[in-house]
Design a protein around this ligand. Sequence first.
Ligand code: PRX
Length: 652
Amino acid sequence: MAEEQKDLEVLLGSEERFAPPEEFVKASEYSEAAIYDQAERDFEGWWESWAEKLDWFEKWETTLEWNPPWAKWFQEGKLNASHNCLDRHVEAGNGDRVAYHWIAEDGPTRDVTYADLLDMTKRFASALKGLGVEKGDVVGIYMPMIPETPAAILACARIGAVHNVVFGGFSPQSVKERMEVSDAKVLVTANANMRRGKPISMKTEVDKIAGELPELKHVVVVERREDVETPMQSGRDLWWHEICEQADGDCPAEPLDAEHPLFILYTSGSTAKPKGILHTTGGYLTGVSATHRMVFDLKPESDVFWCAADIGWVTGHSYIVYGPLANGATSVLYEGAPDYPDKDRWWEIVERYKVTTLYTAPTAIRACMKWGREHPEKHDLSSLRLLGSVGEPINPRAWVWYHKVIGGERCPIVDTWWQTETGHMMITPLPAITETKPGSATRPFPGVDAQVVDKHGEKVEEGGGFLTLRRPWPGMARTLFGEDERFVETYWSKYGPDIYDVGDASKVDSDGYFWIVGRTDDVINVSGHRMSTMEIESACVSHERVAETAVVGAADEDTGQAIVAFVTLDGTGEEPEGFTEELRAHVAEKIGKLARPKRIIYADDLPKTRSGKIMRRLLKDIAEGRELGDVTTLRDPSVTEKIKEKMAAESD
Ligand code: PRX
């Protein structure tokens, strides 16, 4: 361990840079830095060149119509995402190519070819039509990581239905909220979700809320495990395999306008109410296929690509489903935990399937680092040629470990910055062009104009500030579902109607490299998952014993940030026996397990200004063990002292 520490320190020299390896550059299709200038000179033409690689039923006439902040890309063009992801590969003779090597957590594996996935998709698309789903209707998807999930997504895209995927780790209450606002008629789920080798009933969870959704007509259930008892409500609930068996296997892909809505994906914002990010067809597909191809230096015939995210998040939408499939790539689809049955599970998969490209979050890398290098060292990882990181800032130590221990010092690392709202990667190295610096997402993708500005909106040439995007890009969110005004207010107001306010703080260095620091709003990033402090606070106060609460994100060496809740209770401020677990369970029920506070601190009062506003900033300082600055604006400065003492006592 001491040796490894030393190695890392050496590599972590202050200005350490990593040039693209020569062999990698030689073999890459994208090694000319002139790409950047070309895209800069004509960004519309640049994106157009990528759109041209897709199959269009009718070609577009106008590349971009930009009435800030409203963008329309590839107007008058008609295409279908499911056709682009499936039919065209099968028609080109690649039906036998594996789309997904599916690996179940509990053992089984299944290779799903493009022809198989097309057949599954067509059948389910027909079945959806049979259930009365029409173009523009919203379909909910609440599923584990199984091949039916991409098939369900693409079936929606095939008939012009809009999918609304909810991460399988969210609670039924969260599913309900997301179905309610989007008036979903059909919800697709599975009877079981695997957790560390054991099936957990998913359908009975859905049953808790399905009856409370008047618009919901059907629940379609994939039989993930035969041994899980699954109550089915006659008329409403249907088995996936039964309706697909009966369905017409021929369901042509509907030609859709480029701006036809493709999906809604809810994400957390500054308020308790999640935001329904809306993406449309032509621009999104152009952006995800271009970035997937270039950033991962994809060679569709030979690469085995593994994005180890969940389909329920945007990373899964863009880089498990749409990007790889549009590019005809072969991916790994792994259902389970990285340490089940053992801590070498990922590396065993890399060896078995000869994975060439691995894309994951810094939290996972830090966890592997903690478990020790003996786990990856048990396996032959020589197939790997490129590594990716996403979702949160990667600390240089984890970057270097990833490079050395996993990448054998031969694999470039692409640290990719983007968001649910941007649809695809925005700031990222190109692996055969960009010299990397551990911890920096480097430069904007060709055609993207990113700028760090000060609080007046003036460009910061070098130093820290707020990240903005200045130019439309094809995969940009078109609006918040049903909330145009909130869309404008949240993203396009602070610096003007044509400047996108990212909500992240960033530094820019003398080489123009970006170093993303983190969120500037009330959003916590836990293990690369975006959580709203307000949402967690309202879940806490909905418990009858909680009077008031303030939630902050505190720096955490494992998960990037951790949720810390400061709580005042009704009655005495003392924590009743076992209450912490009760409150954590309550939050899990309201939002999902991932929103449970790591620490709960009980206090008689919270630090407030004279006008009664809770000063979360001070609580964050306390949670991170920082000296508190000026507390004179507080109504009762002694409150912070008491909380500090309480925290210190608990840490002992
Ligand atoms: O704060 C940034 C962080 O994750 C936020 C977006 O979260 P979400 O919409 O859930 O999408 C996550 C996956 C794309 C951003 O505002 N973030 C994302 N990627 C990085 C990052 N922070 C630092 N470095 C990154 N590479």
